[in-house]
Ligand binder design. Structure first.
Ligand SMILES: NC(=O)C1=CN([C@@H]2O[C@H](COP(=O)(O)OP(=O)(O)OC[C@H]3O[C@@H](n4cnc5c(N)ncnc54)[C@H](OP(=O)(O)O)[C@@H]3O)[C@@H](O)[C@H]2O)C=CC1
Ligand SMILES: Nc1nc(O)c(N)c(N[C@@H]2O[C@H](COP(=O)(O)O)[C@@H](O)[C@H]2O)n1
Length: 244
């Protein structure tokens, strides 16, 4: 399915929050935390239920963001629930070549590239093969998958600082958009030193109390806040207070 055109006021609105053009000497990738939530702060109807929240307009925006990042990161909960493609469709045929590298946190090695939508797109040259982040030597190595062995602070909690440095130094990834899911987002909302920009789509619906909730364990202040109003959604761009 093709995307609808990008609304022409979005590039200017997003520009201050996008990774800067290459040439930056930063030691870590630029990290954008971006996701779509309901009015009651749910990002899906329930665990394992892939749920559309974004309007067609903001779906196009997501692919525009993918166009501008080298990597796209998700947790194992999301890859197992959604079987996402994570490619870039913005800019039609040309857009595929701007697809970010998928990065999957999967320390328990539950996910398989084989049979996934990601692999299907990769085989059609419409997306990239993933980097799978693991805490110990993989039990099985799948063809075309790169495995990144990384320290974990505790069970299922990767050491973000080391991971970001390794992605930068070993894979030349200068910018990453983190799409989710809730466990990953709740953790990163508390890390202003690592997150450079926050881009949240707020869809005009409620998903109910059994939905997967984004709500960090403590309060989080934002700065450099800007809002965009779409046909059915709003987009919040901001920086976490305390970020550089
Ligand atoms: N609306 C939207 O924009 C989006 C919605 N979603 C929804 O989110 C839901 C999934 O969320 P959820 O179940 O919370 O799973 P997540 O996708 O957040 O995955 C969590 C897993 O990531 C791994 N992980 C490794 N290090 C960390 C760390 N430091 N912090 C957090 N997680 C880490 C762990 O798995 P392991 O031990 O296996 O390594 C952990 O269990 C799905 O329903 C999906 O549809 C997802 C993305 C975007
Ligand atoms: N921006 C946005 N809006 C929604 O309504 C969503 N449900 C999501 N989900 C994220 O996008 C991934 C699916 O990607 P593909 O379309 O398969 O490429 C999904 O896994 C979530 O990370 N995002």
């Amino acid at each position: 399915m093709s995307l609808q055109p990008l609304r022409d006021d979005l590039p200017r609105f997003l520009e201050p929050y996008l990774p800067q053009p290459s040439g930056s000497q930063a030691a870590k990738p630029f990290v954008t935390l971006t996701y779509a939530q309901s009015l009651d702060s749910r990002i899906s109807k329930g665990k394992g239920i892939r749920t559309t929240i974004s309007h067609a307009e903001t779906k196009t925006m997501t692919h525009y963001l993918r166009y501008h990042h080298d990597g796209i990161l998700i947790g194992s909960g999301t890859v197992l629930a959604d079987d996402p493609g994570l490619n870039c469709k913005y800019g039609s045929e040309e857009g595929y070549s701007h697809s970010p590298r998928p990065i999957v946190l999967d320390s328990r090695q539950q996910w398989r590239f084989e049979g996934s939508k990601m692999k299907d797109l990769y085989l059609k040259s419409q997306g990239q093969a993933p980097i799978v982040v693991v805490s110990e030597e993989p039990r099985e190595r799948e063809k075309d998958v790169a495995y990144l062995l990384c320290p974990y602070l505790s069970s299922s909690r990767v050491d973000w600082k080391t991971l970001l440095k390794k992605l930068h130094d070993e894979f030349d990834i200068k910018s990453i958009m983190v799409e989710g899911g809730a466990t990953v987002i709740n953790d990163l909302l508390l890390k202003p030193a690592l997150v450079d920009a926050l881009i949240i789509t707020i869809g005009s619906r409620f998903l109910g109390s059994s939905g997967v909730e984004v709500s960090p364990i403590q309060s989080v202040e934002l700065e450099a806040v800007a809002w965009w109003n779409g046909t059915a959604d709003a987009v919040l761009c901001a920086k976490l207070s305390g970020s550089k």
